[in-house]
Design a protein around this ligand. Structure first.
Ligand SMILES: [Zn+2]
Length: 215
């Protein structure tokens, strides 16, 4: 690869007691950035300040509190639009109910500015990510694929050696299995998978050895 070619830099910041991996994408050509799946704003804002990047948007893979709990604080601080899959609105609106389940204090509901749909192109600076609908863990769950660098932000669909839980309301194992087989395992095997929790993996590795869903 040309070292001077414009790139999408990916930073992962584990946040919240759930050790949720928040992603900060940076377009190195424009210095524009996007924050994906923010469970807790402060550690991410610290990194944003340290890097001196300009955040232009916030996005979420799905509506669980560890992936959206920091959004209201980000919106207040950054005043940039928030992209969210509307099929997960029942999770988003019920964020305080989710917090209560885990013994956490009530939380403010983040209000999205834009919906996400399967096949749409999402831009970070001059870089493009493909939005793929992968229901199963939640009905609206989206993953984000950057073809140019073969990287995927997979939220809670696929983990290194595991898959997302399907025992929540409106969760579905058959849907999750179909999402992984038809939307994720069909991407190039070298693709690096950034998971919502735990270490990164590759599609080829999971397709061969994942104990729950194989190609
Ligand atoms: Zn989740």
């Amino acid at each position: 690869m040309d070292p001077d070619a414009p790139m999408l830099e990916i930073h992962e910041i584990p946040v919240t007691p759930f050790q949720q991996n928040c992603t900060l994408w940076v377009c190195t050509e424009t210095n524009k950035a996007c924050i994906c799946d923010c469970g807790d704003a402060e550690p991410v804002l610290q990194l944003v300040r340290k890097l001196g990047v300009e955040v232009e948007s916030i996005i979420a893979t799905h509506g669980h509190l560890d992936h959206i709990g920091g959004t209201v604080d980000l919106q207040r601080e950054l005043k940039v639009p928030f992209w969210f899959p509307s099929q997960d609105d029942f999770w988003r609106v019920g964020i305080s109910k989710q917090a209560q389940m885990y013994g956490l204090p009530p939380m403010e509901v983040p209000e999205p500015d834009h919906d996400l749909v399967d096949g749409q192109i999402f831009r970070v600076g001059n870089q493009q990510l493909l939005v793929l609908h992968c229901p199963g863990h939640t009905p609206g769950h989206m993953v984000f694929y950057h073809q140019a660098s073969e990287q995927l932000v997979a939220g809670d669909v696929l983990f290194a050696g595991s898959i997302g839980r399907t025992d929540f309301p409106k969760g579905s194992f058959p849907d999750l299995e179909r999402s992984i087989k038809t939307k994720i395992y069909t991407l190039p095997g070298e693709t690096l998978v950034h998971c919502g929790h735990g270490p990164t993996t590759t599609i080829g590795h999971e397709a061969m050895s994942n104990p729950f869903v194989r190609a």
